[in-house]
Design a protein around this ligand. Structure first.
Ligand SMILES: NC(=O)c1ccc[n+]([C@@H]2O[C@H](COP(=O)([O-])OP(=O)(O)OC[C@H]3O[C@@H](n4cnc5c(N)ncnc54)[C@H](O)[C@@H]3O)[C@@H](O)[C@H]2O)c1
Length: 256
C-alpha cells in the first residue's frame, strides 16, 4: 500500500484511529478527519511512523469536507482511499425516540458516509485514480439487535450497506472499488455509548458469553480488515461486506 494517501473520517477514535495508525505504519500517507480535533491530533501522536495529519471536520457538512480534503490533498497528494468510520450510536425504542436523535444518527452515519464518499469519488474520477472506499456497516444492518432500541442506528447502517452496493456498481467502470466492513462488538467508546456506566460490567460479561469467539474485538482487528479492503490484495472485491464480528451473524439466537 505504499504511495497511497487515505482519508479516515472518525479517525480520532476506535476503529478509525486503529486504521490510521496501522496504515501509517505500512507507509501510507494518512489524513485523519474528526469533528473532535484534539482526538484527531492524538491519533497523529499515536502513529509511531509515517506521514499523518489531523483535520477538524464534521462529516455532516459537505462544504467543510470539501475544504478539508482540498487541504489534505495539498499536503499529502491525491487521495487514493477513503475510510468512512465517523459514527454515533444513540439508542431508544422508536415510540420514545425524539426526532432530533433519529436525524442526528442518520445524518452522521449515513449522510456523513455519503458526503465523504461523494467528495472523494469526485476527486478520484477527475484524477482517474483507481482507488478504494471502505464504509462502516454493522451487524445491525442485517439483524435486529436482541438488546433492542437500535432502530435509528440499524436503519442508518442498512442505508450504508445499500449505499456500498450501489456505489460499487456505479464506479466499477472507473476502476474504483467500494466495500463495507462489518465490525462486531469492538472495544471503543461507541460500543458503550448507549449503555449506562452502572450496567457496563454485566453487559460486557453477557456480550462475551454470546459472541462465538468469546470476546469483544480489539479495534485493530476490524482495522486490519479495512486495510485489506483498501489494498491490492482485494483487487477483485467490490460491493462486498467483510464481516469481522467473532461469529455473531453466523449464529441463530435460539439456543434450545
Ligand atoms: N465499536 C463497535 O462495536 C462497532 C460495531 C459495528 C460498527 N461500528 C462502526 O464503526 C465505525 C467506527 O466506530 P468506533 O466504534 O470506532 O467509534 P468511536 O466512537 O470510537 O469513533 C467514532 C469517531 O467518529 C467521530 N465522529 C462522530 N460524529 C462525527 C461527525 N459528525 N463528523 C466527524 N467525526 C465524527 C467521533 O468524534 C469519534 O472520534 C462507526 O461507523 C460505527 O458505527 C462500530
Amino acid at each position: 500500500m505504499a504511495d497511497q494517501h487515505i482519508a479516515v473520517t472518525g479517525g480520532g477514535s476506535g476503529i478509525g484511529r486503529a486504521t490510521a495508525v496501522l496504515a501509517a505504519a505500512a507507509g501510507v500517507r494518512v489524513s485523519v478527519l474528526d469533528r473532535d480535533h484534539a482526538a484527531a491530533q492524538q491519533t497523529v501522536q499515536a502513529a509511531t511512523a509515517g506521514d499523518v495529519h489531523a483535520y477538524a471536520c464534521d462529516v455532516t457538512d459537505g462544504t467543510a469536507l470539501s475544504t478539508v480534503l482540498d487541504a489534505a490533498e495539498r499536503t499529502s497528494g491525491p487521495i487514493t482511499g477513503l475510510v468512512a468510520a465517523a459514527g454515533v450510536d444513540r439508542g431508544g425504542l422508536a415510540h420514545q425516540l425524539p426526532e432530533d436523535v433519529w436525524r442526528d444518527v442518520v445524518d452522521v452515519n449515513l449522510t456523513g458516509a455519503f458526503l465523504a464518499a461523494r467528495d472523494v469519488l469526485r476527486r478520484m474520477v477527475a484524477a482517474r485514480t483507481r482507488g478504494a472506499l471502505v464504509l462502516c456497516s454493522s451487524p445491525a444492518a442485517f439483524v435486529g439487535f436482541a438488546a433492542g432500541g437500535a432502530s435509528a442506528y440499524a436503519a442508518s447502517k442498512g442505508g450504508v450497506s445499500a449505499l456500498t452496493r450501489s456505489l460499487a456498481v456505479d464506479y466499477a467502470a472507473h476502476g474504483i472499488r467500494v466495500n463495507a466492513v462489518v465490525p462486531g462488538a469492538t472495544e471503543t467508546p461507541l460500543m458503550w455509548a448507549a449503555v449506562a456506566q452502572a450496567d457496563r460490567d454485566v453487559m460486557r460479561e453477557q456480550v462475551e458469553r454470546e459472541i462465538p469467539l468469546g470476546r469483544i474485538a480489539d479495534p485493530t482487528e476490524p482495522a486490519r480488515a479495512v486495510l485489506w479492503l483498501l489494498g491490492q490484495e482485494s483487487s477483485y472485491v467490490t460491493g462486498s461486506h467483510l464481516v469481522c464480528d467473532g461469529g455473531v451473524l453466523a449464529k441463530a439466537s435460539i439456543s434450545v
